[in-house]
Write a protein of this length. Structure first.
Length: 319
């Protein structure tokens, strides 16, 4: 009998060692553990709340299943991050579908990769001193309302891709880089771009719902496929310092009817304006290099529109 009791006690001790600490009370169970060198987490099962507290950075997890509260993801309806935490770890809340809003404290400066990927979060209040939103942070989320702070410097690749509810966003002047595909496949209809950007990265808005866009004067290059498949895009105002429009940049933007290419543009690469509705294109720089000779070449990919419907305007005897 004594051996049986001893065996039970040893089993209980092992459970406490191997799994998150469990705090018992008469009304609830709270699970706790570490999620950073000086950061802890606590899940209150009765309040259905996950609380992150402490100071410094959360750990970055290698994938969604390694976050220590992932097992409780379907039970977590509220997430609270307390002041003092400086980084939201990568994959921290990946695919957690039962909480829809979060207020992040001003101490947070970085939101890690895929932190809110495929969550039902529709509203996020971002910290005043946030500097970086990393790769895929809000991709495929239900994000609808977000204001980017003036402290923000970089937005990672795929950060807001395939956000079906996000219709409008303003990129503050402080942002100097936006990664590839950051808004790819999103429902974004209206955007104000930062005047500190020097390049529109490849595939940045591919297949989004943009209706119009103004390229800031700071931009010198529009990357390949940057606006490809933006079927509702009907108006583009180009930067006066733009030099290069890369391969397929506006391909299949089938609401574009008229385009004026500014004098500053030196190169237009193949299929850049292969659009089914483009009827007129004006090229102001007589020395602009147009890939493979524009629409007249069999191999040009309709760089300046489709030959059967487009009229190209420019200087006589120019490119």
């Amino acid at each position: 009998m004594k051996k049986q009791i001893l065996s039970v006690l040893l089993a209980v001790v092992l459970l406490f060692c191997l799994f998150p600490q469990i705090i018992l009370s008469t009304s609830a169970v709270t699970y706790t553990g570490s999620c950073g060198e000086n950061v802890t987490w606590a899940f209150d099962s009765e309040a259905e709340t996950l609380r992150i507290s402490g100071s410094g950075e959360m750990y970055n997890y290698k994938d969604y299943s390694t976050a220590p509260w992932y097992w409780a993801r379907e039970r977590i309806k509220y997430v609270v991050v307390e002041d003092g935490v400086t980084r939201i770890g990568s994959y921290a809340f990946y695919f957690m579908r039962n909480f829809d809003s979060i207020l992040l404290p001003d101490s947070v400066t970085v939101i890690g990769s895929f932190a809110f990927y495929n969550t039902c979060v529709s509203t996020v209040v971002l910290p005043e001193y946030l500097t970086s939103i990393e790769e895929g942070a809000f991709s495929k989320s239900s994000l609808k309302n977000i204001r980017l702070p003036e402290s923000l410097i970089s937005i990672g690749a795929d950060a807001f891709s395939y956000t079906a509810a996000l219709e409008s966003i303003r990129i503050p002047h402080s942002v100097t880089s936006i990664g590839t595909r950051a808004f790819m496949g999103s429902n974004l209809r209206d955007i104000m771009l930062s005047g500190s950007l020097t390049k529109i990265e490849p595939q940045l808005f591919w297949d989004s719902q943009l209706t119009s866009v103004t390229i800031p004067d700071s931009v010198s290059t529009i990357g390949y496929q940057a606006f490809r498949g933006c079927a509702n895009l009907s108006s583009v105002t180009f930067s006066n310092n733009l030099k290069t429009i890369e391969h397929q940049a506006f391909r299949d933007c089938n609401s574009l009817k008229t385009v004026v290419i500014p004098y500053s543009v030196e190169t237009i690469e193949s299929s850049a304006f292969d659009c089914g509705s483009l009827t007129a294109i004006v090229v102001l720089n007589p020395d602009c290099v147009i890939s493979t000779g524009g629409v007249i070449s069999e191999n040009s990919g309709n760089t300046l529109g489709r030959r059967e419907i487009v009229t190209i305007y420019g200087y006589e005897n120019s490119t």
